[in-house]
Design a protein around this ligand. Structure first.
Ligand SMILES: [Zn+2]
Ligand SMILES: [Zn+2]
Length: 121
């Protein structure tokens, strides 16, 4: 036992407390102890592989969230404030369309401007 804090449990704790997806920067800020970016990134990759978390790719980089019971849901990404939000609606992908394809995860992102940012202008 060389590590004093368990990064995975700290990350899980952060994800369970936040409803919106987080990018690496947000995660770094929320961590109560300093870890280097590479170890955070590696831990996230491990958690992605074990499907504990889901990755959402936007045009400004990746966001992560805890895997929910909803199979696939879309996300909105605001180009002004860089916030990612979950849409409640479940997206149904016909199973026969992906029969021959081994799906690992799906990421549906709607790029645009959120309500907050569109009212500033
Ligand atoms: Zn915005
Ligand atoms: Zn989501």
């Amino acid at each position: 036992m060389t590590k004093k804090y368990n990064l995975q449990s700290l990350l899980l704790n952060i994800f369970s407390k936040t409803s919106a997806p987080l990018c690496l920067n947000d995660i770094e800020k929320k961590l109560s102890h300093k870890f280097n970016r590479t170890s955070i990134y590696r831990q996230l990759e491990k958690m992605l592989n074990s499907k504990v978390i889901t990755k959402i790719e936007t045009n400004k980089g990746a966001f992560y969230e805890q895997t929910e019971s909803i199979d696939s849901h879309a996300h909105t990404h605001c180009k002004t404030c860089n916030e990612v939000e979950c849409l409640e609606e479940e997206i149904k992908i016909k199973s026969d369309a992906t029969n021959s394809f081994k799906r690992e995860y799906s990421s549906i992102v709607i790029e645009g401007v959120c309500q907050n940012c569109s009212t500033i202008e």
